[in-house]
Design a protein around this ligand. Structure first.
Ligand SMILES: [Zn+2]
Length: 176
């Protein structure tokens, strides 16, 4: 049997941004050939040299791709009709790339553009949580949210732009 790469062992919302872009392009090229995959799930993607290969086309159907929007992370989710392609819309939703402009943290909504370090999130932790497990939990959540925000920004701007704009050590700790 022909070698067909390694299975993709991650849900779509945990893909590294560069790989997510490659996967979107692969599906886009497939649509350009006039077909949907029909069942895009991580188990139907294999990885060869960090390149996604689609497999398992039993549910494939003919398709005229009407895609007419760029995927801009952090922006409001368009409807599938606005986006122009239902399968790509579903994939981008699964990647959790589109987001609200605000980030929900604890009971607060924080504007994304005001966040440039994890401390910008942690300062919203209620002063009453001075110590203990509740504060630990919120600090971990803040770190997770910040990491996700960095991923979105790298997907939008690329690593070079992020380093230009931020020059903050903590981003490079997340993306060495
Ligand atoms: Zn399409």
């Amino acid at each position: 049997m022909e070698y067909c790469g390694e299975p993709l062992e991650k849900p779509f919302d945990e893909l590294d941004p560069a790989f997510a872009v490659k996967l979107l392009s692969a599906v886009g090229r497939f649509h350009g050939c006039g077909l949907t995959h029909g069942r895009l799930r991580p188990r139907h993607v294999r990885v060869v040299d960090d390149t996604p290969i689609l497999i398992d086309f039993q549910a494939s159907e003919s398709h005229i791709c009407g895609l007419r929007m760029m995927v801009i992370p952090g922006t409001t989710i368009p409807t599938p009709e606005e986006f122009g392609c239902a399968e790509m819309h579903d994939l981008v939703c699964r990647m959790a790339v589109w987001e609200r402009e605000t980030l929900r943290f604890s009971t607060k909504s924080i504007r994304k553009e005001s966040i440039w370090s994890v401390e910008d999130i942690k300062r919203f932790i209620w002063k009453g949580y001075q110590s203990g497990w509740e504060r630990n939990r919120l600090e971990l959540e803040a770190e997770h949210l910040y990491k996700e925000l960095c991923k979105e920004r790298i997907l939008t701007w690329g690593t070079d732009k992020v380093s230009e704009r931020t020059i903050r050590r903590d981003i490079f700790e997340i993306f060495p």
